[in-house]
Design a protein around this ligand. Structure first.
Ligand SMILES: [Fe+2]
Length: 212
């Protein structure tokens, strides 16, 4: 559907990918998703993949696009019953993600450009479906997620600004942030220098023997 979009974010790529699989920010940063999913947002981490999901509530949202999506989204014969109204997200180590909706699949890469710049490369795919309700549902999905993207942009820019401030200290991660913990653990295993509180001196990578 459409073409590949490229969006620049003036943040480190890990802030983009961490935000993608951060479970706690949904209720804080995304009122729309909270209206759609309620408390059903789930999160799971496996060695190379994170999985997040939410199931559309029956309670109509107070917001028009969301309410219309809830009521118009038609069934899809290829999906099992439990997936008919589920928004499902997968993040593959370290920077690829799929948003699997009942109406379309969104494919995303978070490409590092510099330590403080990331390019989000994205395109959506859908099965041929001429039903009017499906066409409308796909448009509404785009509208809902366009807002989610704006909310995430504001959030990660604030996180980046906070990390760049003199007062920043790394903090502990909540036990329920299973994906963030798994990502940080793997990153520290591969690049032990990432445990340091301050950036190592220039040339550390070459002097470490070119790890990883
Ligand atoms: Fe988000």
């Amino acid at each position: 559907m459409g073409r590949v979009t490229l969006r620049t974010r003036r943040v480190n790529w890990k802030n983009v990918t961490d935000n993608y699989s951060d479970g706690m920010h949904i209720t804080v940063a995304h009122p729309g998703l909270t209206r759609l999913f309620g408390q059903s947002y789930g999160i799971e981490a496996r060695p190379w993949v994170d999985k997040m999901w939410g199931t559309l509530r029956d309670t109509p949202s107070s917001q028009l696009s969301e309410r219309l999506y809830q009521s118009l989204l038609p069934g899809s014969a290829h999906l099992p019953a439990e997936r008919q109204r589920m928004w499902l997200y997968f993040k593959l180590w370290p920077n690829v993600a799929f948003d699997i909706y009942p109406d379309q699949v969104d494919f995303m890469q978070m490409i590092p450009v510099s330590p403080t710049e990331t390019l989000i490369r994205e395109i959506a795919y859908a099965l041929p479906d001429t039903r009017r309700e499906m066409r409308v549902a796909r448009y509404l999905n785009w509208r809902i997620n366009r807002r989610v993207s704006v909310e995430d942009k504001a959030l990660i820019e604030r996180v980046q600004a906070g990390m760049g401030s003199r007062g920043y200290r790394p903090g502990p991660l909540g036990r329920n942030e299973v994906s963030l913990r798994s990502f940080a653990h793997r990153m520290r295993e591969l690049i032990p220098e990432s445990r340091l509180e301050r950036a190592p001196s220039a040339g550390w990578f070459r002097s470490s023997g070119g790890r990883p």
